[in-house]
Ligand binder design. Structure first.
Ligand code: SF4
Length: 236
């Protein structure tokens, strides 16, 4: 399977009845500010480079962000914060990501969500995370050859990655390292004998950015570290 085929197959996935109902209801009712826009209302595919050095793993699309625009971290406040940092650190060509077709492009990086459909209250059930892991496993296998760094945005993504990494042949440490901002774990597999560095990063949710738990400097430090670990030239 190619990445294109993977995107096509997962875009019609209906494996989680609760999430299918929610993503479609939100797309039908819409938020007042977007009532004249068509909503995507389907699973959000991975997006970015097809041979990434860096994989960024988020939680799930926002109801009126990715679920509206059809592109991960696009059209919501979390995405605004994240893309500004990716631009400053050389992983994105523009500081904003507002809609598919806006000219935004990731460089040496790809983004995926641990759960590909928008969940109520941004809280997927463990069973939904486990069901959706199959898509993440398939995508990780397709991009593992060039991958050097995985940044997990938030504890949910950090936890969701362990079984995915195991299914992709990575040897996992025991006990599992705790999530933290800046936490690092080096993992190896037959596909990635030089290793992939897993980095924890607080999620740029409004709850975190409004309270100062995550600042632009903190996010920049993570992605600057990712650049170095991925063997990419420093920016600026
Ligand atoms: S969350 Fe994942 S597994 Fe569940 S319906 Fe959406 S794409 Fe399919």
């Amino acid at each position: 399977m190619t990445l294109r085929e993977l995107t096509a197959r997962q875009s019609v996935c209906r494996a989680c009845p609760r999430l299918v109902a929610w993503r479609e209801e939100v797309a039908l009712i819409r938020r007042r500010a977007f009532r004249d826009e068509p909503y995507w209302g389907r699973p959000i595919p991975g997006w970015g480079s097809e041979r990434p050095r860096l994989l960024i793993v988020g939680l799930a699309p926002a109801a009126h962000g990715g679920n509206r625009t059809g592109r991960i971290f696009t059209g919501d406040r979390s995405g605004d914060f994240l893309f500004a940092s990716l631009y400053r650190t050389g992983f994105a060509v523009q500081p904003t990501s507002v809609a598919a077709g806006d000219g935004q492009r990731l460089v040496d990086a790809r983004m995926v969500a641990a759960v590909r459909c928008a969940p109520p209250d941004n809280k997927p059930e463990p069973s939904e995370r486990d069901t959706c892991a199959a898509w993440l496993v398939a995508e990780l296998r397709l991009v593992a050859a060039d991958l050097k760094v995985i940044v997990c945005l938030g504890g949910f993504a950090w936890q969701a990655m362990w079984p995915v990494l195991s299914r992709c042949g990575f040897a996992l440490p025991r006990p599992r390292p705790a999530f933290g901002h800046g936490a690092e774990v080096r993992l190896t597999s037959a596909q990635a004998p030089d290793g992939v560095l897993l980095i924890g990063c607080y999620h740029p949710s409004q709850q975190n950015t409004f309270t100062g738990r995550v600042t632009p400097a903190m996010l920049d430090a993570i992605f600057t570290r990712a650049r170095t670990a991925a063997g990419l030239a420093a920016t600026g």
